[in-house]
Write a protein that binds this ligand. Structure first.
Ligand SMILES: NC(=O)c1ccc[n+]([C@@H]2O[C@H](COP(=O)([O-])OP(=O)(O)OC[C@H]3O[C@@H](n4cnc5c(N)ncnc54)[C@H](OP(=O)(O)O)[C@@H]3O)[C@@H](O)[C@H]2O)c1
Length: 324
């Protein structure tokens, strides 16, 4: 398994991490607790050391499931969680007004400290390896949030600090106010906006870049065919990205990548993940999995190192494909 450092923290974690948003169920059409625990364990058994979770994933549920799944294995793992999306306050700003008015972006000092205590309880551990601000709260000065995170570090409750859904300007403020080990952002073959600002910034200051949704919520697995329907509150139901036309275009791109996948004996998902962690500045890919098969398949991508020529060939195919 390839490992890389979480920026200046020097905490080493596998280049492929297991993401647990979907496992929380909310906005993903529900979840199955036993299958989710088995998925996390399958990822760990396959050698994954990095697990990314958040209180907002299923409003506490994903953290609880991670806590159960890692019983007896904590020492092998790097646990990343988040703070700043809370559902017990009117402070800050609404996060998802279209889905649920309860969730607020709030990164005030007391709230951050309380959130970390709650996460430690759900996860059943005494220290979270990486604490990331989930979404940026424009109503709280970053200095205040950083003050709380530094106190938590001092108290031994967290080991490293990250920001998510942040700009380079946010990162600059975090660095000035204290320390920043990680930037976690949306990045995939078809989500490349971070190449403009975040990735160069992270490279310049040795900040780890954790790419989230690297499979574009499953679209890039090659397994979401034209007939797959999303049910319940699954947000993919209404995303233009999952339209019939876009699925067809994606299928054509993934088919064109098959000969390269074949050369390395990889599945399409594994090739997509392996390409992602070869992009300049991208240090880790956080990949969601809902069952043990997916978790095991994705984990093996951490063993692969693609040749530069193949990375370039794939990049050329992506450019031509024009996928939403
Ligand atoms: N910081 C943030 O704001 C933020 C935002 C989004 C995500 N994240 C993090 O990044 C992680 C990954 O992102 P994501 O879950 O949005 O998207 P993703 O990793 O791109 O896609 C996950 C989905 O892809 C499908 N999948 C995964 N592996 C598969 C395989 N081998 N074969 C077939 N299908 C497979 C599953 O879909 P089905 O459910 O259809 O089986 C799974 O739920 C999250 O879990 C979370 O930890 C963070």
């Amino acid at each position: 398994m390839r490992v890389r450092s979480l920026g200046p923290s020097c905490i080493e974690a596998t280049v492929v991490g297991l993401g647990t948003w979907a496992i929380g169920g909310w906005l993903w059409g529900g979840t199955d607790a036993e299958r989710s625990i088995d998925a996390i364990r399958a990822g760990i058994d396959a050698g994954i050391t990095l697990i990314d979770t958040a209180p907002a994933y299923g409003l506490g549920l994903a953290e609880e499931l991670v806590g159960k799944a890692m019983e007896g294995r904590r020492e092998e793992l790097v646990i990343a969680s988040k703070c700043g999306l809370v559902w017990d306050t009117d402070q800050g700003t609404f996060h998802y007004p279209e889905y649920d008015k309860k969730l607020h972006r709030h990164l005030g000092r007391e709230s951050v400290k309380t959130e970390v205590e709650q996460s430690l309880k759900r996860l059943k551990i005494d220290c979270i390896d990486l604490m990331q601000t989930h979404w940026q709260d424009e109503t709280t000065p970053i200095e205040e949030t950083m003050g709380a995170l530094l106190e938590l570090k001092e108290e031994g409750k967290i080991r490293a600090i990250g920001a998510s859904n942040a700009t380079a300007a946010h990162m600059e403020e975090y660095r000035r106010a204290g320390a920043l080990d990680v930037d976690q952002e949306k990045y995939s073959m078809i989500d490349r906006q971070c190449e403009e600002e975040n990735l160069p910034y992270c490279q310049k200051y040795n900040i780890a870049f954790l790419a989230y949704s690297p499979l574009a919520m499953g679209l890039l697995t090659g397994k979401i065919g034209p007939d797959r329907e999303f049910t319940g509150d699954d947000i993919r139901k209404d995303l233009p990205r999952f339209s019939k036309e876009n699925r067809e275009k994606t299928a054509a791109l993934l088919n064109a990548m098959k000969p390269i996948a074949g050369q390395y004996n990889l599945t399409i998902s594994q090739l997509v993940i392996a390409w992602t962690v070869e992009q300049p500045g991208v240090t880790h890919a956080l990949v969601g999995a809902r069952n043990p098969q997916q978790a095991e398949e994705n984990a093996h991508a951490a063993e692969v190192e693609l040749e530069k020529d193949d990375v370039q060939t794939i990049s050329g195919l992506i450019e031509k494909a024009q996928i939403l």
